[in-house]
Design a protein around this ligand. Structure first.
Ligand code: BGC
Length: 799
């Protein structure tokens, strides 16, 4: 088949050669890209901008008879790396190889075991992005990226479909674990480091999902109604930082609509903002089967449609023939794709070894995991646990520790270390009677429970009831209790409040029963949270002595948790998203997950082309971001709503003193440098993340009480050691987006600099003034909502 297609292509090529007056056929890499494009047939062009389709459950997608005559051959491209999410067409006569793309944010997702192949292709499961953000350590994020990128390279993939960097708008979003933070500065800074790390290996990234993809429910047909200002300041800002600081090879547009226009068909978003305002030079690809109108996608600047369908290619051919699509636009998009393609390892002839150093990468995963865990509570030094402590591990996820979320963010790792195993590896003795009964309980529950659906998380197994007599016996045998609470989520659905954001009754009962049993013997009980997103803590946090937020920490989870519990690593993670007192306190809680506006299934590509569409069948819906810019701490701090654990919060086994904050000037002229000393006043070495918030004057524009404008993590400071930290504040950090002027404006007046250990633990303040308004940057006009949004403003009360 492949041979026949090649023969046909060869004949076409020969014909063109004759027509071109015997000119040599240009080849990518040898001849200018524009010349190569000029030599492509319309069919080749249309198929080249639509990927080769998906090799699973896509009935009809690749039926030969549907394909236009002259379409390039699919050939073996889909099988180049089994389990990869998509590939582009190869056009051998022009020297164009395929480009292979695979997920995702926590490590490479490919098929680990393959038919007729004795080799294995396991990848490292790194900690989820929420944890990486909680490290507040861009250098570490870079190292994680490097290790991930190396696996991408050595397994023959060209572009990793990550990092995912949507904002944590609501804790119920099923994919929050793939995303970093409620704050765009943390999101953008960490994502840029991850991109730089991955791309240092000579492979590409796809920062996704551009943009405002903060909900999974009805994601393909959800119209996000959001103000220009909230878009610019909150939902686009992280992407801007990543684009400017790391120049990702590709950006993936999102499924949702923004103010009535699908993101992948959105000219304002993909051309005006991304290319004109930010100078993006890479290619934009759609999310898988995203959008409905391939011609509109081409025109908007969505260069590549993934995974690509024959129908899309045919629609493009027809539109060019009927002059509804200017071929010059197609050429522009192809040029962008080719400019990326020439950088790929496949184009450069790199031969994948299929043998990345998984041992070294596991060490990177373990180190990153320990640094992103957040110590939420540690009454009277409950942690660390001394060597030799006899530990009783309660909770299902002590034995089936969740390493990461599901869907495209899942990684096929070779092994994973449970908490119980990690404790054992660290030399603790783990109560055997308890371990045996949990393992028995979990086995039976799995056997009798529903079969796990592909791509979906296994059902949460209810915590078993520990009889008081058993609790008492174990409490007398063991020295300390660890109680894990686990959560899993993923693509296609959002979490629920009851039994997911809130603990189940069985979980609360477990924490209470075990804490009581251990306390009555003057022993400690520690809760370990094995979760991917924010949960409720207020109702139970007084019960245990300590709470360690371990997140979903990748394949080395158990070892990493044990490193922190033992004090081998002093915890230094801080929250990159707020833990509110109750779900109702979340400013977006009234506008999540949107309202259905048409009960009939929406006509989207995924329904037609995707065999697994049962749970993806979206309904046209709308979600209105009435909270505007007041997301996370911007809301809690501005409206006096006290969270349980605030943004930026996290304890250490050490303590830190903040010296006096000095500013280089009292008056802002171009930039100001803020300097202060941080001293480790504790008994063990530790790292501290220092956060710089600004309170800006608000004459014309409504402003949050404070906004994070810079942060730094100290090096590992020994007891008594001091480090001087310096922060440079530039006009951009003083400015807010004024939609009337389509510009970032710094208003004249007094600016307060608040330096703290968290958003509520401000240790030093100083102020400076700006004499007159500063127009910092003019942006393109667009993305304007068509209807008025009843947006939250300070003074308008809480919502
Ligand atoms: C997800 C993307 C992913 C793609 C390919 C989509 O369902 O939204 O994040 O990269 O699938 O697997």
């Amino acid at each position: 088949m492949r041979l026949i297609n090649r023969l046909i292509l060869g004949a076409v090529g020969l014909g063109l050669l004759v027509l071109n007056g015997c000119n040599k056929t240009p080849r990518l890499g040898k001849d200018p890209v524009k010349k190569v494009i000029a030599a492509m047939t319309l069919e080749e062009k249309a198929y080249f901008v639509t990927g080769t389709g998906r090799n699973m459950a896509a009935p009809g997608n690749l039926k030969k008879e549907d394909r236009s005559p002259g379409a390039p051959a699919v050939g073996q491209t889909q099988e180049l790396v089994p389990g990869a999410a998509g590939t582009t067409y190869e056009i051998p006569r022009l020297g164009i190889p395929a480009m292979v793309m695979a997920d995702g944010p926590a490590g490479l997702r490919i098929l680990p075991i393959r038919e007729n192949d004795r080799a294995t292709y396991y990848c490292t499961a790194f900690p989820v992005s929420t944890l990486i953000a909680s490290t507040w350590n861009p250098d570490l994020a870079y190292k994680v990226g490097q290790a991930m990128g190396n696996e991408v390279l050595e397994y023959g993939v060209d572009v990793l479909l990550g990092p995912a960097m949507n904002i944590h708008r609501n804790p119920l979003c099923g994919r929050d674990f793939e995303y970093y933070s409620e704050d765009p500065l943390v999101t953008g800074t960490i994502a840029a480091s991850v991109v730089n790390g991955i791309e240092s290996q000579g492979v590409g990234t796809s920062t996704k999902h551009f943009a405002a993809n903060n909900t999974e429910t009805n994601r393909n047909a959800l119209d996000t109604i959001v103000s220009e200002r909230a878009l610019r300041e909150i939902y686009l800002e992280g992407f801007r930082i990543a684009v400017e600081e790391s120049k990702p090879w590709t950006v993936m547009s999102s499924y949702n609509l923004i103010n009535g226009v699908p993101a992948s068909e959105n000219y304002d978003l993909l051309t005006k903002v991304l290319c004109d305002d930010w100078g993006f030079k890479g290619l934009v690809m759609s999310d898988w089967f995203g959008g409905t109108d391939s011609v509109a996608q081409m025109s908007a600047g969505n260069d590549l449609l993934m995974p690509g369908t024959v129908a899309q290619a045919n629609a493009i051919i027809k539109a060019v023939r009927e002059r509804r699509l200017d071929e010059a636009i197609l050429n522009r998009n192809i040029e962008r794709i080719l400019n990326v393609l020439v950088q790929t390892p496949r184009f450069k002839g790199h031969k994948p070894t299929n043998k990345p150093d998984l041992t070294a990468h596991a060490a990177v995963a373990r180190a990153a995991a320990t640094e992103g865990m957040v110590l939420l509570k540690n009454s009277s030094g409950a942690l660390p646990l001394a060597a030799g402590t006899r530990v009783a591990a309660f909770g299902n996820t002590s034995y089936e520790t969740i390493t990461g979320g599901t869907g495209s963010g899942h990684v096929n790792e070779a092994y994973s270390i449970s908490l119980a195993e990690g404790l054992k590896n660290a030399g603790y003795s783990v109560n055997k009677e308890l371990r045996d009964s949990y393992e028995r309980y979990l086995r039976t529950a799995r056997q009798n429970g529903p079969k796990a659906r592909p791509y979906m998380p296994p059902q949460l197994i209810q915590e078993m009831t520990i009889a008081p007599a058993l609790a008492a016996r174990i409490a007398s045998e063991a020295d300390a209790a660890l109680i894990t609470i686990g959560r899993n989520s993923g693509e296609f659905f959002d979490r629920k409040v009851d039994g997911d954001f809130n603990l189940t009754q069985a979980e609360t009962d477990l924490i209470k029963a075990i804490s009581d049993a251990f306390h009555s013997r003057r022993k400690k009980a520690i809760v370990v949270l094995n979760i991917g997103g924010v949960i409720e803590t207020k109702s139970w946090k007084e019960l245990p002595d300590g709470i360690l937020l371990a997140w979903q920490a990748g394949q080395e989870s158990g070892n990493s948790i044990a490193d922190v519990i033992s004090g081998k690593v002093n915890p230094s993670g801080k929250l990159a998203s707020t833990f509110p007192a109750r779900y109702e306190d979340v400013p977006s809680s009234r506008n999540f997950p949107g309202v259905v506006i048409d009960a009939a299934p929406a006509k989207v590509e995924s329904v037609q082309a995707d065999g697994m569409s049962a749970f993806r069948n979206p309904k046209a819906s709308r979600i209105t971001y009435e909270e505007g810019i007041y997301i996370g701490y911007r809301y809690y701090e501005s409206f006096g709503v006290k969270p349980v654990y605030e943004f930026g919060y996290g304890l250490s086994y050490a303590s830190f003193d903040y010296g006096k904050l000095s500013l280089s000037s009292q008056n802002f002229t171009g930039e100001i440098t803020a300097t202060l000393d941080v001293k480790n006043t504790g008994k063990v070495a530790g790292k501290e993340t220092v956060q710089v918030y600004i309170t800006a004057p608000s004459r014309k524009l409504d402003k949050p009480a404070m906004e994070l404008k810079a942060f730094t993590k100290t090096r590992l400071l020994n007891p008594g050691e001091t480090q001087t930290l310096t922060f440079v504040l530039k006009p951009r950090q003083l400015s807010s987006f004024d939609p009337v002027a389509s510009s970032w404006i710094a208003e004249a007046g007094k600016y307060e600099v608040r330096v703290g250990a968290s958003s509520r633990d401000i240790r030093q303040t100083a102020s400076f003034s700006l004499d007159s308004d500063l127009m910092v940057k003019k942006e393109s006009v667009g993305l304007v909502p068509k209807t008025k949004i009843n947006e939250l403003k300070r003074g308008s009360g809480t919502i």
